[in-house]
Design a protein around this ligand. Structure first.
Ligand code: NAP
Length: 289
């Protein structure tokens, strides 16, 4: 079992001021942490699952979490690609394993939950990041493609989070970070369904944050702008140039710059942060708003 994010009050660390407040009206003193953690951004002893971590933002995020001390489970549809990333991290002295999971398949989600329970006794951090992003007009999005995309981009996020919440509840809490997109706020042409589901993810994070807060589970959303990954490389150079022109910082984001946000949101430093949405877009949305 991994250590809690903060030393509990029962460990005898309640400060004098908190004791003096114990008779005062208001929420119970034990609801708040009594001491600051020694390493507020550290993740030592935590087990983190990052979906879609065979490349792009997921891979960079897994590395950042491992550098912070977590054991990371590298996951995507392809076991071989995951094994390669896990080996890369291990070669850097980081703690990682590979476990394929197609998040559009309910049986894969159940198997992943069983694996985490058997090998690690639970889970502390879930980063829902894998994506299916069909490049179509709304008119050309037929019911079969609609269902397939929803199965990955919403149903997969939802039911993996439900399983994760069970594993986290048994450990006294945890962190779920859902990777949405700036497209959730400013829908992209040709990415109508993707944009719609990224908006739904913000609602999903808030609903889960509401329901699981009492179990110590925090649920937050990150909204990246244009980040240098294979997905962004699919945009033609003109589209990329136009996007960069709208960014006060004048460049694409780096995948690890999303990873750093996920690290913060998953760490004790963010112990009071839940239901939040964090835009990381080089300032692009300032102009778009
Ligand atoms: N790049 C950007 O500019 C940008 C901007 C805004 C938001 N985002 C969001 O950031 C996240 C990561 O984007 P990215 O650019 O890093 O994407 P990417 O480079 O296309 O990587 C997607 C990852 O998801 C995996 N994957 C795809 N379908 C899967 C499934 N059904 N089950 C499990 N894994 C699956 C892929 O691996 P396999 O093929 O091995 O399964 C791959 O590892 C996404 O949620 C995306 O919407 C990205």
């Amino acid at each position: 079992m991994s250590p809690p994010e903060h030393t509990p009050a029962s460990a005898g660390t309640v400060d004098a001021a908190a004791s003096a407040r114990s008779d005062a009206p208001g929420p119970p003193a034990e609801a708040a942490p009594s001491v600051a953690p020694r390493d507020p951004f550290g993740l030592a002893g935590k087990v983190a699952l990052v979906t879609g971590s065979s490349q792009g933002i997921g891979r960079a995020t897994a590395r950042v979490l491992a550098q912070a001390g977590a054991h990371v489970v590298i996951s995507s549809r392809k076991q071989e690609a995951c094994a390669q990333v896990a080996a890369e991290l291990q070669a850097e002295g980081l703690s990682a394993e590979a476990a394929a999971c197609h998040i559009g398949r309910m049986e894969d989600i159940a198997q992943m939950a069983a694996r985490l329970r058997a090998r690690h006794g639970g889970l502390d951090i879930l980063v829902n990041n894998a994506v299916l992003s069909p490049w179509r007009t709304i008119d050309a999005t037929d019911p079969a493609l609609f269902a397939k995309t929803v199965d990955v981009d919403l149903r997969g996020y939802w039911f993996l989070s439900v399983e994760a919440a069970k594993l986290m509840t048994a450990r006294g809490g945890g962190s779920i970070v859902n990777i949405s997109s700036l497209a959730a706020l400013h829908p992209e042409r040709m990415l109508g369904l993707y944009s719609t589901l990224k908006t739904a993810l913000i609602g999903m994070s808030r609903a889960f944050a509401q329901e699981y807060g009492a179990a110590g589970i925090r649920v937050n959303t990150v909204l990246p702008g244009l980040i240098r990954t294979p997905l962004a490389d699919a945009f033609d150079p003109d589209t990329q140039r136009r996007a960069i022109d709208k960014m006060p910082l004048g460049r694409l984001g780096l995948p690890e710059e999303i990873g750093y946000a996920v690290r913060y949101l998953s760490s004790p430093a963010a112990a009071f942060v839940t239901g939040a949405s964090l835009v990381i877009d080089g300032g692009m949305s300032i102009g778009a708003l």
